[in-house]
Design a protein around this ligand. Structure first.
Ligand code: ACO
Length: 360
């Protein structure tokens, strides 16, 4: 009785920032960003808009798509690495903003694998009978990380150039700041038909199987070292001066690990149920870098038709990428009845995995 995705929705802030816009506030170029990452533009939220706003809007769109009233949802799973505020998490905020009842609301901290972990958790709760209608939301506002200062005024058309100091700070961040974008995606799931349990994995519908992994020895590949309770006080001027509130990323090593771990996770989950790569109709891959997806494709022997991308338009929206891409593929008719989809992600922690889903 694998859980069935009955609705999806997305929300992105209206302001779109192109690579050319970024090259006005730091030393970079459209050519470098496109060639090394595949990103062409990303959406940037206004100050005051948090992931709970985007997440609630995406969830409301998913509920409308499913034809389900907010009051029917009895489980909410949210995932973000950029919460509205340090504590508490966004789960209850999304619950209230989306107009859900006083349901159980989880907060996941699995970064780029957050939505995948959320699907797995929702499926387990639905299978066990603990919930009947579950919502999974991935939402990020990465703009808060960006050390652009007056560069944001340039992006918003309020001044012609950033200060020299802000241009230098933005340039120092360019290896990671050009990658990320703001956005949210949501899916609504319902428990599947128990009669389908008797079917072979090749015939089963809904969530067919899932494999999740973590490896804390890779914790330092991408992290924000400051603003935590190993520090006393947990935030101070010294941490800010040292830039410990900014992401630190070992891009080359992350690239290598994601390129190996994602195909291995796809193979592992297929092996678990005796299916093969040739059975897959779609691979919905985390969108961190077009070149990583290229390596995943060649490692699995699949093409861009099977493993499409949308990173060109959104950048890396971390917990939201897989949800946004799946929503767009559904809308464009790429998930017909019977289609076997593999969701796969790799993110900070490290956390990664793959989940098989067959559209009823
Ligand atoms: N514009 C212009 N030049 C740049 C930029 C930029 N935005 N960024 C870096 N450069 C320069 C560097 O300074 C360097 O110059 P140098 O050779 O003179 O020192 C040169 O370009 C090459 O830099 P590299 O870092 O070696 O570039 P690389 O080809 O490795 O690409 C990248 C970097 C895009 C970050 C890549 O390693 C990558 O995508 N890694 C994976 C990132 C990832 O997956 N992140 C998120 C996963 S987890 C999560 O999402 C939470």
């Amino acid at each position: 009785m694998g859980s069935v995705i009955v609705g999806t929705g997305i929300a992105v802030p209206p302001h779109r920032v192109t690579n050319a816009d970024l090259s006005a506030i730091m030393d970079t170029s459209d050519d470098w960003i496109r060639r090394r990452t595949g990103v062409g533009s990303r959406h940037v939220a206004e100050p005051g808009i948090g992931p709970s706003d985007l997440g609630a809007a995406a969830l409301q769109a998913a509920l409308a798509d499913a034809g389900i009233e907010p009051g029917e949802v009895d489980l909410l799973v949210t995932a973000t690495m950029t919460p509205d505020q340090f504590a508490p998490g966004i789960g209850a905020v999304v619950q209230a903003k989306a107009g859900l009842g006083p349901v159980a609301a989880f907060d996941l901290r699995q970064q780029c694998s957050g939505f995948l972990y959320g699907l797995d958790l929702a499926d387990a709760m639905l299978r066990s009978g603990r919930a009947r209608t579950a919502a999974v939301v991935g939402a990020e506002v990465h703009s808060g990380y960006m050390p652009f200062g007056t560069g944001f005024d340039v992006l918003r058309g309020l001044r012609a150039e950033p200060t020299e100091a802000d241009r230098a700070a933005a340039t120092a961040s360019r290896a990671w700041s050009v990658l990320f974008g703001d956005g949210a995606g949501a899916a609504v799931l319902r428990a599947g038909d128990p009669a389908t349990d008797a079917l072979s994995p090749a015939e089963r519908t809904g969530v067919v199987a899932s494999r999740l992994f973590s490896d804390g020895t890779e914790f330092e590949l991408i992290q924000v070292r400051g603003l935590g309770f190993r520090h006393q006080p947990y935030v101070d001027a010294e941490q800010l001066a040292a830039g410990l509130h900014l992401p630190e990323m070992n891009g080359a090593e992350l690239f290598r690990r994601a390129s190996i771990a994602m195909p291995a996770a796809v193979r592992a989950v297929l092996d678990d149920v005796g299916l093969s790569i040739a059975d897959l109709d779609l691979v919905v891959c985390h969108q961190a870098n077009e070149r990583i997806v290229d390596v995943v494709r060649s490692s699995l022997g699949i093409d861009a038709e099977v493993a499409p991308t949308n990173i060109e338009r959104y950048g890396n929206t971390t917990a939201a990428t897989v949800a946004i891409l799946f929503h767009e593929l559904r809308l464009s008719g790429r998930v017909p009845s019977g289609a076997l989809v593999c969701f796969v992600a790799f993110g900070a922690g490290s956390h990664w995995g793959a989940l098989l889903y067959r559209q009823p």
